[in-house]
Every structure is written in structure tokens, then in C-alpha cells.
Design a protein around this ligand. Structure first.
Ligand code: FVH
Length: 291
């Protein structure tokens, strides 16, 4: 089990291949565009020119491409699927829980063991103490993959046998991160507009990390306990503050879309009757498709 094939050499695939080679594994790698594959240029990574030879080379195949459609396009060649029979496919591309379930069913129907994974790290974080990977799939697949995945992240967590679990966790975290990033970029423009250095904004967000995390954890507890009526920050007051952010953006001549969008949602929740409840009531408001 010291041989692994990496399919897909984008920014993430390259980081995976290099790290696995550094950890002493024999790595075979393939990328659709050969010119990009050459960028790997790393001791211990053997580049091959077609996917069939790539999957033939190792008992474990790690795929990390744009999405599951891209992965399916690669494995649509039945010779490749046949060459993977009896091997383990570890899917590290981003997708939905349904993508993961379909992918496991496709693999198992062809005698291929399957593990679905979600990488919580950027390429430069691969192999570091900050990197985390969530995987889901049958215990037997996890046992086979464990040693291969270990060098990639300080935390490699098998979250359960149902294949869609890792993708579920991934999507929920990404929803949080992407919205937080939009807020961060607007906040950086607030700093710029008022003549403050953006580096200082990055630093203060870092310093406030534990405080902000505590706030998010409080919201989670409120949802779990259903204690919306014990409000310390009401939906109404957050809606008011989102309006203040929008008013500031107009005054400063910067884009109003992020605060206006946020005010729009909070105001709708107030109109729906959640105004005096804890801000976590947004969870209830957002449950319905067209709330
Ligand atoms: N980069 C990141 O920060 C994130 C961190 C969390 C996890 N994601 C996910 O990882 C998947 C790959 O992301 P990436 O950053 O490596 O993406 P790119 O650099 O754009 O490389 C994409 C690779 O996919 C190949 N590819 C796309 N379509 C096909 C296809 N039809 N057939 C074969 N290969 C395909 C592409 O090949 P090429 O264009 O170079 O020929 C690249 O190797 C992704 O799911 C992230 O969400 C990364």
C-alpha cells in the first residue's frame, strides 16, 4: 500500500501529489492537460501520459478535479473502470452528498471500493497542522485509505459509512466561509474608505477569532435548544445594524450589495414575526425554499 495514483493536477492535485511523495509514497500522476502536469516537477512523482496507465499503476486512486462531472468524464472510458476493479477510489473533488452517493454506487457496481472526501484546506496548507480532511464511506475503504491520507492533513476524520456525510459537512462549512468572506471583503472596503490599513483589519479578525467563534456556537446552541425567546441579540437589532452598514456604504460611495442583501434578509425575518427572537431565528426563516 505504498503506491498511490493522483488523477487531476490542478492547484490542489499538485499539492496532494507532492505531499504524498514527500511522505515516501510512490506517486503516479496524470492530468488531462500535459503542460500543466509538468508543473508538478517533484522528486517521487512519476507523470504518465494517459489515465488508463495511471490507474493501472496503483491500488489506490485519488482523484481531485473540478467536480464530479469532470471525474465521471475521465472514468467513462470502460477500460479505465475495468482497470480499477478491486482497487480503491478516493474522491476528493468538491460535490454534493448526492454526487457522493451516485459515485459510490457507480464504483461499487464495478467492484471498486469507494471513499468520498472533502478537503478543508488550501493547496499551501496541505500537510500542515491547519489542514483537515473529512471522509465518508465503508469502514473497509477507510481502513485501506487511512495511511495514504494521513500525510495530507493533521486531521483526517472518517465521519461515517454513509458516502454523502463528508460532502454535507463540506457544503455547510463552505456556506459559512463564503458568506463570511463576502462580509470580509465588504469590511475591507469599509476600512479602505475610511482610510484604515486593510492589514489591520485582517489582524483584528484574527484576534477576535475566539470571540466570533463563541458567538457562532451560541447560535448553534440556540437552534438545538429552541431557546429563541431568550434573546441577547434580536433579529430586529441586527436588521437595524445591517441598515446602518448599507447607509455607510452609500455615504462612503462603496458597493452596497452585501449590506443591502443582508438587511433585506434580516428585514424579511422581522416581517415574518421573528423580530424579538434571538438572531438564530434566521435558521427557521431560511428553512422554507421561498421564505
Ligand atoms: N484550491 C482550493 O483552495 C480548494 C480547497 C478545497 C478543495 N478544493 C476542491 O479541489 C478540487 C480541485 O480544485 P483545484 O484548486 O485543484 O482546481 P483547478 O486548479 O482548477 O484544477 C482543476 C483540475 O480538474 C481537471 N479537470 C477539469 N475538468 C476535467 C475533465 N473534464 N477531464 C479531466 N480533467 C479535468 C483539470 O485538468 P486540466 O484543465 O488541467 O486539463 C485540473 O487538473 C475542486 O473540486 C475544488 O473545489 C480546492
Amino acid at each position: 500500500m505504498n503506491k498511490v495514483t493522483v488523477i487531476g493536477l490542478g492547484a490542489m492535485g499538485i499539492a496532494l501529489a507532492r505531499r504524498l511523495a514527500d511522505a515516501g509514497l510512490e506517486v503516479t500522476a496524470w492530468n488531462r492537460t500535459a503542460a500543466k502536469a509538468d508543473l508538478v516537477n517533484h522528486q517521487g512523482v512519476r507523470l504518465v501520459s494517459d489515465a488508463l496507465n495511471a490507474v493501472r499503476d496503483s491500488p489506490v486512486i485519488v482523484v481531485c478535479v473540478t467536480n464530479y462531472d469532470a471525474s465521471a468524464a475521465i472514468f467513462a472510458d470502460e477500460r479505465i473502470a475495468a482497470a480499477m476493479k478491486g482497487k480503491l477510489l478516493v474522491q476528493l473533488s468538491s460535490g454534493t452528498p448526492q454526487d457522493a452517493r451516485d459515485s459510490e454506487a457507480w464504483s461499487n457496481a464495478r467492484g471498486i471500493a469507494y471513499l468520498d472526501g472533502a478537503i478543508m484546506a488550501t493547496p499551501v496548507q496541505i500537510g500542515s497542522a491547519q489542514a483537515a480532511i473529512f471522509v465518508s464511506g465503508q469502514d473497509a475503504a477507510w481502513l485501506k485509505a487511512q495511511a495514504i491520507l494521513a500525510p495530507l492533513a493533521a486531521t483526517v476524520n472518517h465521519v461515517g459509512a454513509a458516502p454523502g456525510l463528508a460532502a454535507t459537512i463540506d457544503l455547510a462549512i463552505l456556506s459559512y466561509l463564503f458568506s463570511a468572506l463576502l462580509g470580509f471583503y465588504h469590511g475591507a472596503n469599509v476600512y479602505r474608505a475610511e482610510g484604515l490599513p486593510i492589514a489591520a483589519f485582517g489582524a483584528i479578525i484574527g484576534q477576535l477569532g475566539p470571540t466570533l467563534t463563541q458567538m457562532v456556537e451560541h447560535e448553534a446552541r440556540t437552534i438545538v435548544d429552541g431557546s429563541y425567546d431568550q434573546a441577547v441579540s434580536t433579529v430586529r437589532i441586527v436588521a437595524e445594524t445591517a441598515e446602518t452598514l448599507t447607509r455607510h456604504a452609500r455615504q462612503a460611495g462603496i458597493n452596497t450589495e452585501i449590506p443591502a442583501f443582508s438587511a433585506h434578509i434580516y428585514n424579511k425575518a422581522v416581517a415574518a414575526g421573528y423580530g424579538e427572537q434571538q438572531v438564530a431565528a434566521l435558521f427557521k426563516h431560511l428553512q422554507a425554499e421561498n421564505s
